[in-house]
Write a protein that binds this ligand. Sequence first.
Ligand code: ADP
Ligand code: MG
Length: 147
Amino acid sequence: MKIFKTNNQLETIEVGKKIGNLLNPGDVCLLIGDLSAGKTTITKGIGMALGVKKVINSPTFTIVKGYKGDKGPFYHLDLYRLNGVNNDFDLEEYMEGDGVCVIEWPFQVSEILPKEYLRIDLERLSEEERKITISGIGRYQRIEEAL
Ligand code: ADP
Ligand code: MG
């Protein structure tokens, strides 16, 4: 486990950049934390490190947004409202594809999650402080150690 404490949004984006620099095509990150914990914020940093030029915003109403990054596609999934939408797309295709895939509210689909992933837990300590805990499961242990 690696733990970071951030004091503002920019610091969380910086942690995201560190993570993004260690990711490769095909990698999956699961983001765990309440609303406003900073899941979308850290995703911005991950995307920046992967060369995404567009501004990453919450995909809450679309479930998935795809971006072009330097190392291939970057997929940002937010499954918060998954059960409210008519999802005729195949989530596993994103998780098993060659893109980097970051998923908010992943336990909405516990049964189809990959066995190995980078787990990022975000906790709101105060208005502007966040605790970010990173655990590499399986082959992602390497990323946890490199942080
Ligand atoms: P989530 O996707 O988990 O719902 P967001 O990243 O969309 O959360 O929102 C986090 C909110 O908290 C933003 O409004 C952001 O400005 C604010 N915030 C305050 N301090 C921090 C911090 N240290 N890290 C991340 N976000 C922060
Ligand atoms: Mg969000």
